[in-house]
Write a protein that binds this ligand. Structure first.
Ligand code: ZN
Ligand code: ZN
Ligand code: FE
Length: 758
């Protein structure tokens, strides 16, 4: 005899809208002969099921097990209800409901099922560049408002045809409520524009674009989160033309490869980098380049690694299929401006860069750049966190009022706290540029609209001249100032689910200290509430201020002079310029002091003859790492007087003297580079030992842009772990200033949540 029916409600929280969750519930409920309904609402998904008790009891586990790939279940709550005698299971719409608390999902790479349709001549979406389903396609980039449904995306310009509408309404269809659903009859289309030639449409446009790239032209391609400039990476002249026109002499270009086999021809793959490349995010992954690959040296000059990604939109797959196994795919912008997203904007701004344009008529509402990862200790570490990762959140350990953290100046991102979650924005860029600053304001507006909260406080850097700080000062909101390196460590603690205390090693280029001095090689004792500066690298003079950052040879000169070594090691530099810098140093005019580890990397890079002048941030350090001989290298000498009354100094003058001696004996640069990395690692570990002895803290957090350096990070971590430390690294947000806003947000949230306690 059948037991009496039961009815239960299940509340599901997390990323459960726009990811095919309701069709899954429908399928599972129908298969289990359960009645009831499922609907989206303001907190996620609400399910009511009625039927046989054992099937009801099993349902939550089944749901977790069978949840769609894109869903992230953060919580399931169950409540008993009275049976209603309902028969049949229904999927209810969400259009009328407010879903301000639910998360908008990230953009997702084309799924296997859609890919099959794309290349199936009998399918109605054969070669249709906008094919998508509930498992894949654009999301964040096309959403204007919440709740996430078609009317609030840029797809509202296209009216679903009968067949698409049937798919959209059918709970059993894999396109049920796929908001960007489209087909060649009703959806967006391609256009190819080449000045002086007639416009081409649809498939002709695609083929013409591929031909143009093959002919060595630069083609601006409208992608998912913005425009890309595509050229043939095997064509040295095309790559050189792109560099010239973009005024980007050295900064590496990323490549897109048709599939893993193509990646394997040009780069070394490991199990974990393979997995990172294929993840739903489809990021750019920095990989060791294979010598002799058919890639022009101009793609990543001076580097041993290249950035590679796999195609993530149907359009990419179609371009590759036109006989282009590899493409240079670099952001469609001018130097440091934000990536272009509108057709007119691209035609105007990129006309001096691109020979032709592959456009389409689906608007991009929010631009996103590609996400970039580097493998550190066989696991991916973000360097830039954007497409496919936003608007995902980092959970905090406590709940706080809505705080907006506005980040740093370069590689800016912002972060908004809602309840116990911190939402880090996509990469915004360098704020000194007016277009980027507008984008910064746009992202703030969009983030608070999507999350349905207005910030009631703002967290910012101590640097008074950062555009983000100025914005915070003008916002009229209550403010929380957070020191730059404290924020770096706060970011690392927050993403590791810790509130400290930890020994924080914050190594970066420059950040503002509490007294307006320049910091960047800092050993801190920190938690989310505050910090104490325990030690730092010896300050290095910056002869000429900003000029010293663009011309690392000036830093080499300063380091030599400081160590009492003659400047003739820098024989490459014209004697006039050398003596001008010597005078600045002697008179102490225009020579601010900075403790930045990044500045020491610059100095040593120039000393070793690797890089005297840079064209992109971090270039000297990146190239120094690239030439460093792999394997163990002995550290150079350095001196420290461990003390506690005042911060100790890691004195690198003995290091500089040893490098100068190595230069005289013609030691290879690869050897010196390796030994300098080892020196910093040893200095960090000794500092941490000293801090542990004094404060009984055994956890070390490594943060700041210098920890993008794999050699430094891996050697430091391994030495620390052998010394018994627990080491926290960045895995969810970048160690560079792109992750800073998370730290500002966590620290401000912690302070405000503390102060609100009775
Ligand atoms: Zn799909
Ligand atoms: Zn259609
Ligand atoms: Fe920094």
């Amino acid at each position: 005899m059948a037991s009496p029916a039961m009815r239960r409600a299940i509340r599901v929280r997390g990323t459960v809208q726009g990811v095919g969750f309701r069709p899954t519930v429908y399928r599972l409920a129908s298969a289990a002969h359960l009645a009831g309904f499922v609907r989206n609402d303001s907190e996620g998904v609400w399910i009511e099921i009625e039927g046989e008790p054992r099937a009801i009891a099993r349902f939550p586990d089944l749901l977790r097990l069978e949840a769609p790939v894109l869903a992230r279940i953060d919580g399931l709550e169950i409540a008993e209800l009275l049976p209603l005698g309902e028969t049949g299971f229904r999927v209810l719409g969400s259009a009328e409901e407010q879903s301000v608390q639910a998360n908008v999902p990230a953009d997702v790479a084309t799924c296997a099922a859609c890919l099959r349709e794309l290349f199936d001549p009998s399918d109605r979406r054969y070669r249709y560049p906008f094919v998508n389903c509930t498992d894949c396609g654009p999301r964040y980039t096309i959403v204007r408002d919440v709740p996430y449904d078609r009317a609030r995306t840029t797809m509202d310009a296209f009216t679903l045809c009968q067949r698409c509408l049937e798919e959209y309404k059918d709970p059993g269809n894999r396109r049920f409520h796929a908001e960007p659903n489209a087909c060649p009859v009703c959806g967006p289309h391609l256009t190819f524009v080449e000045p002086g030639r007639p416009k081409l449409e649809k498939d002709e446009a695609l083929r013409a674009a591929a031909k143009a790239i093959q002919a060595g032209k630069v083609v601006a391609v409208k992608g998912l989160g913005g425009f890309f400039l595509a050229v043939d990476p095997a064509n040295e002249e095309a790559v050189a033309a792109l560099r010239r026109r973009k005024r980007r002499p050295h900064k590496p270009f990323a490549l897109m490869a048709r599939n893993l086999e193509e990646v394997e021809k040009i780069a070394e793959l490991t199990k974990s980098s393979r997995r990172a490349l294929q993840s739903l995010t489809r990021p750019i992954v920095l990989l060791r380049a294979k010598p002799g690959a058919k890639v022009a040296p101009g793609v990543a000059p001076g580097l041993s690694e290249i950035g590679v990604m796999l195609p993530y939109t149907p359009l990419h797959h179609l371009l590759h299929a036109e006989g282009l196994p590899l493409l240079v795919m670099t952001s469609g912008n001018l130097s440091e401006e934000p990536i272009a997203k509108d057709n007119e904007q691209a035609l105007e701004k990129l006309s001096a860069v691109a020979d032709a344009f592959l456009l389409h008529d689906r608007d991009i509402h929010t631009r996103v750049d590609d996400s970039v990862f580097r493998m550190v200790d066989q696991s991916p570490q973000p360097i830039r966190r954007s497409r496919g990762l936003v608007p995902d959140s980092v959970p905090l350990l406590f709940s706080a009022p809505p705080i907006l953290a506005v980040g740093a100046e370069l590689k800016n991102t912002v972060c908004l706290v809602r309840g116990g979650e911190a939402y880090l924005s996509p990469h915004i860029g360098d704020l000194e540029n007016i277009e980027t600053f507008q984008f910064f304001e746009e992202v703030i507006g969009k983030l608070s609209r999507l999350l349905g909260v207005e910030p009631t406080a703002v967290a910012h850097d101590l640097h008074p001249d950062y555009f983000s700080t100025r914005w915070a000062l003008k916002s009229g909101l209550p403010r929380q100032a957070v020191q730059h390196h404290h924020a770096h460590i706060g970011s690392c603690l927050a993403e590791n689910g810790s509130r400290g205390p930890a020994i924080g090693v914050a190594f970066d280029g420059t950040g503002c200290g509490p007294a307006g001095d320049l910091w960047g090689g800092e050993i801190l004792l920190a938690d989310l509430a505050g910090f104490r500066r325990l030690g730092h690298l010896r300050p290095i003079a910056l002869p000429g201020g900003e000029a010293a950052i663009r011309e690392p040879w000036r830093l080499a000169a300063a380091a030599l002079a400081d160590a009492g070594v003659a400047l003739d090691c820098l024989a490459r530099v014209a004697p006039m310029r050398r003596s001008a810098v010597r005078q600045l140093l002697e008179k102490k005019v225009s020579t601010p002091l900075a403790t930045g580890a990044g500045r020491w990397f610059d100095a040593v890079s120039a000393l070793c003859g690797v890089r005297d002048e840079i064209s992109y941030e971090g270039q000297a350090a990146v190239e120094l790492e690239a030439i460093a001989r792999p394997g163990d290298a002995p550290a150079y000498p350095f001196e420290t007087e461990w003390r506690l009354e005042a911060p100790w100094e890691i004195d690198l003058r003995p290091t500089v003297r040893a490098i100068a001696a190595d230069l005289r004996s013609a030691t290879p640069a690869s050897e010196m580079a390796a030994r300098f990395h080892a020196t910093l690692a040893v200095a960090i570990v000794q500092s941490c030992r000293c801090a542990r002895e004094q404060f009984q803290v055994n956890t070390v957090a490594l943060s700041g842009g210098c920890f993008q350096n794999r050699l430094l990070t891996e050697s430091t971590r391994s030495l620390l772990e052998s010394a018994g430390f627990a080491v926290l690294l960045h895995r969810r947000v970048p160690p560079n200033d792109g992750g800073l806003a998370l730290g500002q947000a966590a620290i401000a949230a912690f302070r405000l949540s503390e102060s609100q306690r009775p």
